[in-house]
Write a protein of this length. Structure first.
Length: 399
């Protein structure tokens, strides 16, 4: 088999997710080049076999920017964002210039980890290379990264600096505003998108309906839902209906939400989950029971649904029912996944888990600083005595 044919087969099998056959062809080749090795790295990565991809990458006699990008992207696509960023640092340190695709993977990793500091460093790096800074894929990913990290102003600056935009650029900006609670700005960008002759997509309308929900614009949301198919040839999906149910729930229009769900004859968890969330907010016990029972049937192993119903019972003073739900959870071995938050300090990510308390490795420092902050707030009369004692009671003593 010639080198060219071998490369075609290794690449083809890899892209079809068959890493085993790609490896067999690779092992049977008398001659290999950097394309052969890179194709095998990509094949393993696509199959989710990241460690094998890394072993092949480390064994490569020669690597180019495409090889490095295949491994960086492999980490990012398999949820190993920290390793993607670490390898990118190695790549730059060895003097290998990244491609736009490398930067897309790196910026996506920063977005998922919420590392805006590192994202800004990568942005500065691209700005020094004008051909990257004007690349539409890189700019779209920058908008997404800034939006997910809560810096909509920087996302907007990138958007308005672009000489050329595609539908993803517009969607990213509409979504960025919507997910940061800026519904009015999101709808304004959507209007500009339509005026510019750009056809909205399924994703666009998801963001528009989310924006209507956050801004309390139920009438506008209803109108968008009604004209999607007729005017823009986008059929409303269960995700769109879930977003509108959320909008109705936020405005306490529970009857209309139920009428909509019943008319859909839907068994979609997103739609019923939106209704259950609204029932918790507004203390609607009867409807909450119905939504929860439906969700228990649809996803019996989701502990979060049981916790929500238990909380609805507790808020209504129905302690026995709340306790019963917790007992059911225990018997089924269910638990709600703990929430996490994180901050970035000097390019290092610090993760905090809900109810982690003193088990955190730096809990003493955390509680010591919390004590200092609470006392400062008391001195400046930012909180009253009742709030003070409530916060202080949650701080473990050093004894």
């Amino acid at each position: 088999m010639s080198l060219i044919m071998g490369n075609v087969f290794v690449d083809g099998y890899g892209k079809c997710g068959d890493a085993e056959f790609a490896r067999k062809v690779f092992d049977g080749m008398g001659e290999r080049d950097v394309v052969t090795w890179t194709s095998l790295v990509g094949g393993y990565a696509r199959a989710g076999r990241v460690e094998e991809a890394r072993r092949v990458f480390d064994e490569m006699p020669v690597r180019n920017e495409i090889s490095w990008t295949a491994m960086v992207s492999g980490y990012e696509q398999n949820g190993e964002e920290e390793r993607a960023l670490e390898l990118f640092r190695e790549m730059v340190g060895e003097g290998v210039g990244p491609t736009p695709f490398t930067l897309v993977s790196v910026l996506s990793s920063c977005a998922r980890l919420g590392l805006i500091g590192r994202g800004k460093q990568v942005h500065a790096y691209t700005a020094r290379r004008t051909h990257f800074n004007s690349n539409i894929f890189t700019c779209n990913t920058l908008i997404d990264m800034y939006s997910k990290c809560g810096d909509v102003e920087s996302a907007s600056a990138v958007f308005h600096s672009m000489n050329e935009r595609d539908v993803i650029s517009w969607n990213s900006m509409v979504t960025g505003y919507a997910h940061n609670g800026l519904g009015t700005q999101s709808l304004a960008i959507f209007e500009r998108m339509i005026e510019g002759g750009v056809s909205p997509t399924h994703v666009t309308f998801l963001s528009v309906l989310s924006a209507c929900s956050h801004a309390g614009l139920v009438s506008e949301g209803r109108q968008f839902l009604n004209v999607m198919k007729e005017r823009y040839n986008v059929c409303p999906s269960s995700e769109h209906y879930a977003a509108f149910v959320d909008a109705l729930g936020r405005k306490k229009k529970m009857e209309e939400a139920v009428e909509l769900i019943d008319s859909l004859h839907s068994s979609n968890v997103g739609i019923w989950g939106a209704l259950l969330g609204a029932c918790q907010v507004h203390g609607d016990l009867k409807l909450g029971q119905r939504a929860a029972e439906t969700l228990f049937a649809l996803e019996p192993d989701n502990g979060a649904r049981y916790v929500t119903l238990s909380n609805i019972y507790s808020a209504a003073g129905r302690w026995e029912e709340a306790k019963r739900i917790r007992v059911v959870m225990k018997k089924k071995g269910l638990r709600k996944d703990a929430g996490h938050s994180w901050i970035e300090v000097r390019s290092a990510k610090h993760v905090f888990g809900a109810a982690e308390g003193k088990s955190h490795s730096r809990s003493e420092e955390i509680y010591r600083m919390l004590n200092v902050l609470v006392n400062q707030m008391m001195d400046e009369e930012e909180i009253d005595r009742n709030e003070f004692f409530e916060v202080v009671s949650s701080i473990p003593s050093n004894s």
